[in-house]
Design a protein around this ligand. Structure first.
Ligand code: NDP
Ligand code: HEM
Length: 497
C-alpha cells in the first residue's frame, strides 16, 4: 500500500462496527470487568481487561532523541524544469512528473510535549515515494549547522538539552559549548536572528546543508545543494511573540499546518539546486564539505527544479508521523553522498535509531514502505508483518532468478591516500567569521533586524555565568566589533538587574 494512496478514512460516523477483544471476539461491554457474584474479586481470566491494561502500558515508544516534537502531512512534488543535463535521478525525469511524498517538520532540542515556537532550528524532512525507491530529504530550515566534526554532535546536543543535575535548561552549558566551539558562529547567527523563531512551518525555507553528488549513467557528476523556498513568504515571530505563543498555544505550528491543509490552503515550496562541477569545487573559495559554510548565491545561482505542495492531512498521527522514519542514507540511483563527515555519520545514525525506536522492520510500516521493494534476503525479525516474502528463497538461489539492475557509480573525483589520522576537520580560524559577518550585514538591510538579534542573544545569554558571557562577547566581536560591544552592554545590564 502506498501511504499517500491509503484509504481516506477507516472512520465513518454512520457505521456501527461490532466491538471485539483484540483477538476479534465480540464482547458486550467495553467498560465491564469479570468477577464472581456482584462484588467478588477481579478474575485473571478477564483477557479483555488484562489485555487492555497491558497494551496501554506499552503505548509509548521512545521519542526521537532529537527533533522529538513535530507535525507532518502528505504531498506531491512536481517537476517544473528539466535538469537531465546534470542528473538521471528518476524523480526529476520530465517536466510535469509527479511524485507522492510525506513531510515532517520539527523543533530540535525540546521534548515531545515542548513548545513549537521555541528558538531552535527546525527540521524539514520529506520522504519521496519514487519509482526507484524512497528518497529522503532530512534537512533543516538553516543552510548551515553548528559543527563540521560528527563526533561533536552528541556533545553539542547534550548542552542544548537539560543539565544532568538540575534537569533544567541551562544557559551556561548552552553558551559554554558555543563559545568554546566557535565554528558554530554562523549557525548561531542564523538561530538568534528572527528566523530562529518562525511564525509557522509554512513560512520557512528548507536547505540540504550538506553537499551531495548528483550523477549520470556515464559516471559523471556534479556537486549540489538543495534549497526549498517557501511560497507563503518568510514570516517570523519576535522573541516576545514567540515567548507569548509558547505559553498560550504551545502547539501552534502543529495546529497551523493541519488547519491550513484542512481549509484547502495547501502550502508549497519552490525547489532549487545550486550546482558546482568538480573542477569548480576544487577552485572554490569555500570547502564544500564544511557544513558551517554556504555557497554564496551570487556566485552559485539557484536553479529551479520543481514545486513541493502539501495537500493531505494524515489520518492517524502516531501511525503516519510518529512512526515515519527518515534517513539521509535512503537514497536512489542518481544521487550519492559526498565525503562531508557529518553527512557520512548521519548515514549510519538514522537507521540505527530507527531500529531502536521502531524495530528492525521499520521499513515495513506503511508510511515507510517503498512503492516496491524486493529484498527477500532480509528476513524475519520483530514485527515482520508484510508476509515475510513467503516461500521465496532467503539466499541467491539458482532456482529463483532475480533481475539485478546495473547502477553506475559516479566517477571518483576525490582520490584519497595517506595514513589514518584522528583529528578535527580543521581548527577554528578567521574564515569561520566571514559568512557570519555576511549574515550580520544581510540583517542590516531590514530595519530592526540587527536590534532584534542583539535583544534575542542578550535575553538568553544573561542567564549564563560571567566568564562564559565574557568569552561569548569576544566571539561576537570577531563577527563585528560593534555587535560584540552592543551584546555585552545589553547582556550585562540584564544580568545585573
Ligand atoms: P545574498 O546576499 O545573495 O542573499 C542573502 C540571503 O540571505 C538571502 O537569499 C536569504 O536566504 C538570506 N537571508 C536573508 N535574511 C536572513 C535572515 N534573517 N536569516 C538568515 N538568512 C537570511 O547572500 P549570500 O548567498 O552571499 O549569503 C549571505 C548570507 O546569507 C550568508 O552568509 C548566509 O548566512 C545567509 N544565507 C545564505 C544562503 C546561501 O545558500 N547562500 C541561504 C540562506 C542564508 P534565502 O533566499 O534562502 O531566504
Ligand atoms: C533527527 C542524528 C545532524 C536534520 C535526528 C535523529 C537522530 C539524528 C538520531 C532522530 C531520528 C529519529 O528518531 O527518527 C544526527 C546526527 C547528526 C545530525 C548524529 C550529526 C552527526 C543533522 C543535520 C541536519 C539534521 C546536519 C540537517 C541538515 C535532522 C532532522 C531530523 C533529525 C530534520 C528529524 C527527522 C524527522 O522528522 O523524523 N538526527 N543528526 N540532523 N535530524 Fe539529525
Amino acid at each position: 500500500m502506498v501511504a499517500n494512496d491509503a484509504p481516506a478514512s477507516t472512520f465513518r460516523y454512520n457505521e456501527t462496527p461490532v466491538y471485539t477483544t483484540s483477538n476479534g471476539a465480540p464482547i458486550n461491554n467495553p467498560e465491564g470487568w469479570q468477577r464472581p457474584g456482584s462484588m467478588g474479586p477481579l478474575l485473571l481470566q478477564d483477557f479483555h481487561l488484562i489485555d487492555q491494561l497491558a497494551h496501554f502500558d506499552r503505548e509509548r515508544i521512545p521519542e526521537r532523541v532529537v527533533h522529538a516534537k513535530g507535525a507532518g502531512a502528505y504531498g506531491v512534488f512536481e517537476v517544473t524544469h528539466g535538469i537531465s543535463d546534470i542528473t538521471s535521478i528518476d524523480m526529476f525525469g520530465h517536466v510535469g512528473k509527479k511524485t507522492n511524498c510525506v513531510a515532517r517538520f520539527s523543533t530540535v532540542g525540546g521534548e515531545k510535549g515542548s513548545a513549537d515556537s521555541a528558538r531552535d532550528p527546525r527540521g524539514f524532512s520529506v520522504k519521496f515515494y519514487t519509482d526507484e525507491g524512497n528518497w529522503d530529504w532530512v534537512y533543516n530550515n538553516t543552510p548551515v549547522f553548528f559543527l563540521r566534526d560528527p563526533t561533536k554532535f552528541p556533545l553539542f546536543i547534550h548542552t542544548q538539552k537539560r543539565n544532568p543535575q538540575t534537569n533544567l535548561k541551562d544557559a551556561t552549558m548552552f553558551w559554554d559549548y558555543l563559545s568554546t566551539h566557535q565554528e558554530a558562529i554562523h549557525q548561531v547567527m542564523q538561530l538568534f536572528s528572527d528566523r530562529g523563531t518562525p511564525y509557522s512551518y509554512r513560512h520557512m525555507n528548507g536547505y540540504s546543508g550538506h553537499t551531495h553528488k548528483w550523477t549520470k549513467p556515464d559516471g559523471s557528476f556534479v556537486y549540489t545543494q538543495v534549497h526549498l523556498k517557501t511560497d507563503q513568504g518568510i514570516k517570523t515571530f519576535t522573541n516576545a511573540e514567540a515567548g507569548k505563543m509558547a505559553s498560550e498555544n504551545p502547539d501552534w505550528h502543529t495546529q497551523d499546518l493541519f488547519e491550513a491543509i484542512k481549509k484547502g490552503e495547501h502550502p508549497s515550496w519552490t525547489v532549487y539546486v545550486q550546482v558546482l562541477t568538480p573542477e569548480q569545487a576544487e577552485k572554490f573559495r569555500w570547502n564544500i564539505f564544511d557544513l558551517t559554510k554556504v555557497w554564496p548565491q551570487k556566485e552559485v545561482p539557484l536553479r529551479p527544479i520543481g514545486k513541493l505542495t502539501l495537500n493531505k492531512n494524515v489520518e492517524n498521527y502516531f501511525a503516519e508521523i510518529e512512526q515515519v522514519a527518515f534517513s539521509p542514507s535512503h537514497l536512489v540511483p542518481g544521487i550519492e553522498p559526498s565525503v562531508d563527515p557529518v553527512l557520512q555519520s548521519r548515514l549510519f545514525s538514522y537507521p540505527d535509531t530507527h531500529r531502536h525506536r521502531l524495530g528492525v522492520n521499520y521499513q515495513q510500516i506503511p508510511v515507510n514502505a517503498p512503492l516496491r521493494a524486493f529484498n527477500p534476503y532480509q528476513r524475519d525479525g520483530s514485527m515482520a508483518v508484510n508476509g515475510n516474502y513467503g516461500a521465496n528463497p532467503n539466499y541467491p538461489s539458482s532456482y529463483r532468478k532475480l533481475t539485478y539492475k546495473p547502477v553506475t557509480p559516479a566517477a571518483t573525483h576525490e582520490k584519497w591516500s595517506g595514513s589514518a589520522v584522528h583529528a578535527l576537520f580543521q581548527d577554528v580560524n578567521d574564515d569561520d567569521f566571514v559568512q557570519a559577518k555576511g549574515l550580520w550585514d544581510v540583517l542590516g538591510r531590514t530595519p530592526g533586524q540587527q536590534d532584534n538579534f542583539i535583544g534575542n542573544v542578550s535575553g538568553h545569554l544573561c542567564a549564563a555565568h560571567q566568564d562564559t558571557r565574557n568569552r561569548t562577547y569576544e566571539m561576537f566581536s570577531r563577527v563585528d566589533a560593534s555587535l560584540g560591544k552592543a551584546i555585552k552592554e545589553q547582556t550585562d545590564k540584564q544580568a545585573n538587574q
